[in-house]
Design a binder for this molecule. Structure first.
Ligand SMILES: C[S@@+](CC[C@H](N)C(=O)[O-])C[C@H]1O[C@@H](n2cnc3c(N)ncnc32)[C@H](O)[C@@H]1O
Length: 265
């Protein structure tokens, strides 16, 4: 029974992917004028501000990565916007959880646009999710293994002038040491499960500049309960070290307020 439920859940995620593809196609058709492109009004009828449709650079980049990402346009816009917020913090950008490279390429292209002195480090096993445990009711390990370093590098090659580094292996166990000397301004954690998300955060926190951001994907998504659990623990322990800002779109953003150690949770 449990396996049947999990199989059903996975099938619905695949359906969601197709639905997003359809939404992107429909968004190009101005059925009742420009406002018809604002499809999020179906969820939040009075929230029609959609700056992502007015930013040509973002739209072109999103279109170029959309078939390489599981992340929707709203969260991609969050990432695009967040990099401008940390322009004054020095250091690199780290993404753990790359899959086919969509959000990583978007971050790298945005970094180039902003003229940041930053390498975007893209860390993934490229063999699927690892570290699933008791906090993660849905994941078993190995999900999202339908990718490769070559596939990601092919996507990155379509963006001349970006600065990226691909780190293949489990993070931080396999690849953390080689990256240990880097300072960071933004960390994007998109690993789906509790232990990997926590281990990534603990590794990144001392390297993150004050004012830097950690953005968790998967926050509040039904198949990623472990990330919501971690987020709740972090916000309960936050003290004066950090602020946690939640969003209904599936992002939890931590703002680093001081050089204090990461609160224990
Ligand atoms: C949902 S996908 C990432 C989606 C991607 N950001 C996008 O644009 O679609 C999750 C990824 O996390 C990776 N992953 C999970 N735990 C990891 C870990 N500890 N180290 C490296 N990669 C990990 C998996 O291999 C998988 O590719």
């Amino acid at each position: 029974m449990r396996d049947a439920v999990i199989r059903g859940g996975k099938a619905s995620v695949l359906w969601l992917r197709e639905r997003r593809r359809l939404e992107r196609l429909l968004a190009r058709i101005p059925v009742d004028g420009d406002r018809s492109r604002h499809s999020h009004r179906l969820l939040a009828p009075t929230a029609t501000l959609s700056p992502w449709y007015d930013d040509e650079g973002f739209l072109a980049t999103y279109e170029a990565v959309a078939d390489h990402t599981l992340v929707d346009i709203y969260r991609c816009w969050d990432l695009w916007s967040a990099l401008a917020q940390v322009a004054a913090v020095s250091g690199d950008v780290l993404e753990v959880g790359v899959w086919r490279g969509g959000t990583g390429a978007l971050l790298a292209e945005r970094s180039r646009w902003l003229g940041l002195d930053a390498t975007v480090v893209l860390a993934d096993t490229f063999r699927g999710v690892v570290g699933a445990g008791s906090e993660d009711p849905w994941y078993r390990g190995g999900e999202h293994s339908d990718t490769s370093v070559a596939l990601v590098e092919d996507l990155l090659g379509r963006f001349p002038g970006i600065s990226t580094l691909v780190a293949e292996g489990m993070f931080p166990d396999d690849t953390g040491d080689a990256l240990a000397d880097r300072s960071l301004r933004l960390v994007h954690i998109d690993v789906d499960v509790y232990d990997s998300a926590k281990a990534t955060l603990e590794w990144a926190w001392p390297r993150l500049g004050v004012g830097g951001l950690v953005i968790f994907d998967d926050y509040g998504f039904y198949e990623c309960e472990g990330v919501a659990t971690l987020g709740a623990e972090l916000m309960a322990a936050a003290g004066t070290a950090l602020r946690g800002i939640t969003s209904l779109n599936g992002h939890l953003t931590l703002v680093k307020l001081s050089d204090e150690p990461l609160p224990t949770c």
